[in-house]
Design a protein around this ligand. Sequence first.
Ligand code: HEC
Ligand code: HEC
Length: 440
Amino acid sequence: MYTRKITKALLLILLGLFFIQCNDDDETLVDLVPPPIQLDLNPTLVAQGKETFRYDTFGDEAFWSGALELDKAVLGQDNGGFGPGLSPNTALAIGLKVDAEALPQDLVDAISAGQVDLDDPLTTVALLSLDAVVGVKGNFDQSGNLMSMGITCALCHSTVDDSFSSGIGSRVDGWANKDLNVGAIFGFVNNAPLADILSVDVTTFNSVVNNWGAGKFAPVLLLDGKVTKPSGELATVNIPPAYGLQGVEKETYTGWGNVSYWNRFIGVLDMGGQGNFSDPRLNDPQKFPLAVERGVFNVSVSEDLIDSKLEGLLQYQQSLLAPQPEEGSFDEVAARRGKSLFENKAQCASCHPAPIFADNVLHTPSEIGIDDFEANRSPTGMYRTPPLRGIFVKEADGNGFFHDGRFANLDAVVSHYNTHFSLELTNEEKADLIEYLKAL
Ligand code: HEC
Ligand code: HEC
């Protein structure tokens, strides 16, 4: 009897050890972070959406070339355009990315051997002819002359893996291009038409956009004309990722609408694509004086180049999962303690519940303890709880957290909540919570 008990106990211990061992080998750590919501996607639509996301300008050449003369700015005065032109080195410096897979092997070899002039704008034109500049589309005539240019979703929501060199590699769609200096692009083109909309001179316009910085944009600027926050800081938001949206019902930091609503919004109102757009909420002279003046609360075109692509675009975005943290990038034991804090003492899960790590609810600015400036630039007046999967990417990016990047790192975010909600977390607890956030 006695020996049987010992044998049984030993067996249980062994079994226990076996399971701990199994758990250690389990790379996905599903008990720590459950998998994202599985969506039933149509592969044909996903493939169509990928093409649209990467290469479709929706006819926005009329805006980028017709009005802003991006093509002439890229060519430069030596090649029939104006200004210094856009060399590959300058393009890379303002955060544009090159798709290495679009380059033929002899060109790759020539670049490696230092035989390609990366200071010559015509090299950029050659890259455009290969469809190798991520998110930028060049159109050429039969003799190979650059005729017009436009932009695609990938400009802001794709980057590359730097596998060839910094800024040159394979595309990774859905990632925010944290290096992209959209303001520098606006500073570089013929921006008089944009300055006109804001009723400022070109010098003033340039002094604004050239100071936006990398990874920032202001999608409502030409609707409300708000250049600065009340604090005097430039009014921008961080370019967000377009991945990890499985189950997220309200898009944008302030919950303007669902994915397709927002894709149409940005396609028509920011990219300058050819599509219909109507939202009576923008017909509000107090909030959106420029939208009312320009009549863009109701845009109607004869041929809509966006509408038929929205379903594919939606499915492609829904297929883009947030990246998973690499093994060893966080302390698993601490993360387990952090999970318990996240769900209990720190109250995070009340707004960021698994598996979306968001509640699909909008919150007032005072609820989360921040100012209402950006919230009030949206019809909602509120902030949306963002999904937190893949949040470790933002910690590495260095562009900060919350809509405008106001908190430099996760430590600052947790400290803010600790004060705002009087959580009384100890330093050890804060550190554990951060390890859990890095595991999401
Ligand atoms: C010039 C840069 C730029 C381009 C081009 C652009 N976006 Fe965005 N996108 C942004 C910014 C900035 C935001 C954040 C807006 C906000 O939340 O107020 C955003 C928000 C989004 C969101 C919401 C993400 C979330 O977490 O709610 C999605 C989805 C998205 N964009 C998809 C697209 C698609 C699809 C296209 C092409 C049709 C596109 N974007 C073109 C800059 C851009
Ligand atoms: C009352 C709801 C609420 C609670 C509780 C809450 N959050 Fe949030 N959280 C939000 C909202 C809303 C935002 C968006 C703020 C913004 O974009 O300016 C946000 C933003 C964040 C961000 C930044 C995400 C990004 O992409 O920049 C992180 C990280 C975060 N919360 C973590 C936490 C943690 C950790 C806790 C617990 C200590 C917590 N949240 C508690 C609502 C909440």
